[in-house]
Design a protein around this ligand. Structure first.
Ligand code: 0X9
Ligand code: ZN
Length: 352
């Protein structure tokens, strides 16, 4: 073990940096410190990677978690495209810590960390997140792009190249769903795009948002259903029951447009269509009121049920992953072509 003593409470593993860390929401600097501490504590299990800079020059961090073996399927968890959704970075950090600090003592954690590469990008929009911590700006959603007309911010989850500019996004700069001037006009969405492309082993992903308690599959930009709809719903239902088993909470499962509303230019539609990733938007607690202002005592329960969903997704991803040699070829192909071959059309249904 490292200098980091561990407190093991049942299945909950708490790093020494503070078992009470998850008792309240944390500003960006604390999140960065926590990520650095984890990477320093367990260099054998995780590496912290700077995947790009925000408009205001902040680092966008990815934690790469992996035990033994190489050429493994990748599962990416990310969050905080939307600044005010403070439960999202906490949930991502909690999942990361359970995987890293549970590795030595919990065989079920160890098998997942050995069987998959887990990539965690807890704060995709650091500028917006920092801004949402300043007085009177708690409800800020977008990044901090100066739109040049007195308005600020692009909605990063409208800036992806997935029917960009379509319904459920706005061309008006002051709108909370302003999509930007072109797909990937924003360094934050471009950085995460490049990270997906650089890691062609990623086969599934959860993009954590709040609120509403929903597990949403592609598509957002159309009411049409994706080719892998049955598989996406099957995995979604599995995550739903894993979540319910933890604290009894119900998360609704469905395709995005029909279940919530239409969204063009969203992350998960790009990840699915362009990269063949089985990707979901997860809307965390609460179901309704008090909305984005989740009581701090709900951080740990929300994160615990999300961890159950994450572990289930990792299991399913290991089960459906292509053979290591195929993963290697996918990686080489991506290197050669600069882009991964699309594989979002029934590939996974066939494999399942
Ligand atoms: O509007 C959004 O971006 C998400 N809801 S939120 O309240 N967190 O802002 C829903 C996104 C659904 N995702 C896609 N349709 N791509
Ligand atoms: Zn959101």
């Amino acid at each position: 073990m490292t200098s980091c003593a561990l407190l093991v409470l049942g299945s909950l593993v708490l790093g020494q940096a503070g078992g009470d860390w998850f008792n309240d929401f944390k500003p960006f600097a604390d999140i960065e410190d926590r990520l650095h501490a984890m990477a320093a504590d367990r260099p054998d299990l995780c590496t912290l990677v700077d995947i790009g800079d925000s408009i205001e020059g902040r680092d966008i961090w990815a934690l790469r978690i992996s035990g033994s073996a190489a050429d493994k399927p990748g599962v990416l968890f990310c969050g905080t495209q939307h600044a005010r959704e403070w439960i999202s970075p906490m949930t991502n950090l909690f999942i990361a810590e359970q995987l890293v600090y549970g590795y030595d003592t919990d065989p079920t954690i160890r098998s997942r960390v050995d069987g998959a590469e887990i990539l965690i990008v807890p704060v995709v929009n650091p500028d917006g997140y920092v801004y949402s911590w300043t007085p009177d700006n708690r409800m800020w959603r977008k990044n901090r792009r100066d739109n040049g007309d007195g308005t600020y911010g692009v909605d990063l989850n409208r800036n992806w190249d997935a029917q960009w500019g379509g319904p459920g996004s706005s061309g008006i700069t002051s709108s909370v769903t302003y999509r930007g001037t072109e797909p990937f006009s924003e360094p934050e969405s471009a950085a995460l795009r490049d990270f997906f492309i650089a890691n062609p082993n990623i086969i599934s992903s959860l993009d954590f948002h709040s609120y509403g308690q929903k597990i949403l599959s592609p598509y957002g930009y159309t009411y049409d259903l994706p080719a892998d709809y049955d598989l996406l719903m099957d995995i979604g239902a599995g995550m739903q029951s894993e979540i319910a088993a933890v604290h009894g909470e119900l998360y609704e499962v469905g395709a995005s447009a029909g279940t919530l509303y239409q969204v063009s230019g969203g992350l998960k539609d790009w990840a699915y269509d362009d990269q063949g990733v089985l990707c979901y938007t997860v809307e965390l607690r609460p179901i309704g009121s008090p909305g984005f202002i989740l009581p701090p005592e709900e951080i740990i329960p929300t994160a615990e049920e999300s961890l159950a969903a994450a572990l289930y997704l990792i299991d399913r991803s290991i089960a459906i992953a292509p053979e290591p040699s195929t993963l290697l070829l996918l990686g080489m192909g991506a290197l050669l072509l600069g882009k991964r071959k699309k594989k979002g059309s029934g590939t996974f249904s066939a494999r399942n």
